[in-house]
Design a protein around this ligand. Structure first.
Ligand SMILES: CC(C)(COP(=O)(O)OP(=O)(O)OC[C@H]1O[C@@H](n2cnc3c(N)ncnc32)[C@H](O)[C@@H]1OP(=O)(O)O)[C@@H](O)C(=O)NCCC(=O)NCCS
Length: 191
């Protein structure tokens, strides 16, 4: 996974990435280390964006990451998608169903490496997760986003989500609030 780049390194990375395509794929059972690295990078980079924290997850044992990669690699209850540029994992998104709500998929854990932002990687991740939701029979996709996270709110709006008048405390920092956004899955992909 990418480390926080110096300005020079960031330029070199941008040059390198501008020649490569971003690919988004579902996590595989053997991706435990990759999943751990990208998720911890996300928690370290953007602590106020997530319900969990770096301190909570850095102590998860290897077996827990292996179990997560395995569980999210198949089936319709829980999925993680990774964005990759060449050999580097540069982003992720999670999508899951709560028991008893098969028609609704929730998105979580959305993150793109800072040096790759504003290049459509986030949009690609959301598209992939929404397509998965539709293909597996969902008619709505929901998420919670921290109030004031303008980049994320703009990105979700750009992908068709609308803000709902619902909010709750952010579990990792109850001084902050998160707001709900919803997308109706187009019938053609839900069909
Ligand atoms: C939110 C985040 C995932 C966006 O990823 P990204 O790859 O930069 O997003 P994209 O390049 O796909 O942007 C798609 C659209 O979203 C909007 N957008 C994205 N970032 C924006 C910003 N900083 N300011 C305004 N609009 C923004 C734009 O409309 C953009 O389209 P455009 O570039 O054609 O104008 C990224 O900023 C991130 O990882 N933030 C930290 C973690 C986080 O906040 N996660 C969300 C948890 S709910």
């Amino acid at each position: 996974m990418l480390k926080q780049p110096s300005r020079l390194r960031a330029h070199a990375l941008l040059r390198k990435y501008s020649e490569m395509e971003t690919a988004v794929r579902r996590v595989r059972p053997g991706d435990a280390d990759r999943l751990r690295e990208v998720r911890l990078s996300a928690l370290r980079d953007a602590p106020s964006a997530f319900a969990s924290s770096f301190e909570t997850e850095v102590v998860h044992p290897a077996a827990a990451w292996a179990e997560a990669a395995e569980a999210r690699s198949s089936g319709i209850d829980d999925a993680t998608f990774l964005a990759e540029v060449g050999p580097d994992c540069v982003g992720l998104i999670g999508a899951f169903r709560r028991p008893g709500r098969p028609g609704v998929v929730e998105l979580v854990s959305m993150w793109v490496a800072p040096e790759l932002r504003r290049r459509g990687v986030g949009r690609l991740l959301v598209e992939q997760a929404v397509a998965w939701a539709g293909d597996t029979g969902a008619d709505a996709v929901e998420l919670w986003v921290t109030r004031g996270n303008y980049a994320a709110i703009a990105m979700y709006r750009n992908s068709g989500f609308t803000l709902k008048n619902e909010h709750q405390p952010l579990p990792s920092d109850p001084c902050r609030d998160e707001v709900r956004m919803v997308l109706e899955v187009p019938r053609s992909s839900a069909g």
